[in-house]
Design a binder for this molecule. Sequence first.
Ligand code: SF4
Length: 223
Amino acid sequence: MKELLMKNLTPVAWNERIHFECHHCGACCRHVKDSVPLESLDVYRIARFLRSQDKSFDSIDYMLSRYAEPVPLHECGYFIYTLKTVGADDACIFLKDNRCTIQAAKPRVCLTYPLVAEPDDASSFQYYLSMEKNHHFTGRKFKARDWMNQYFTQEDRAFVNADISAVPEIAWLLRQIPEKYKHRALFFFLLYKYTDFDLNQPFQEQYEQNNKRLITSLEAMIS
Ligand code: SF4
């Protein structure tokens, strides 16, 4: 999955200036099957946004079943969610009339586009430029640093840092799970990573608590 996401990305320096202009053509949101990943924070934000628009909105489970689909993580046999696509051109399910209908809550990968942040080490990020839709590289110039200061928020940075620091232990535990417990482990993985959040409570504390619960559940299956 990471290889897929890193395709057509080229590293950029903090102070590099890049031409970029959004033409509101919707091109970035078409032909995106399996390529708009949803992190835990994205799912939480989208669910809260949908709930604010529609009082009948039920839960994160409902949001995932309607708007997302699981994609296997080849390295370990588990899944992450990506946004569903619709139509012959595999357009994002949230694209209508060339506009994003969840603009206020769109996933991090869409918000920071055409830049992508990948953690370098515990405290810093390497930025990459997506070169896929090169008709955007006209118009005004911006500095990579300014763009990311605007769109890669402190909340996102805190989440990504916590996520990255938990990954090695969780990945190691997932690899140790005996075959007979694989389904159970997958259930806990998706529960704690995506769905077991109270939308009325702040995200980060719940996320860190869920990571601990996931680790405890996985440890119990291999002991
Ligand atoms: S969430 Fe919005 S910006 Fe992201 S791919 Fe879908 S329509 Fe485009």
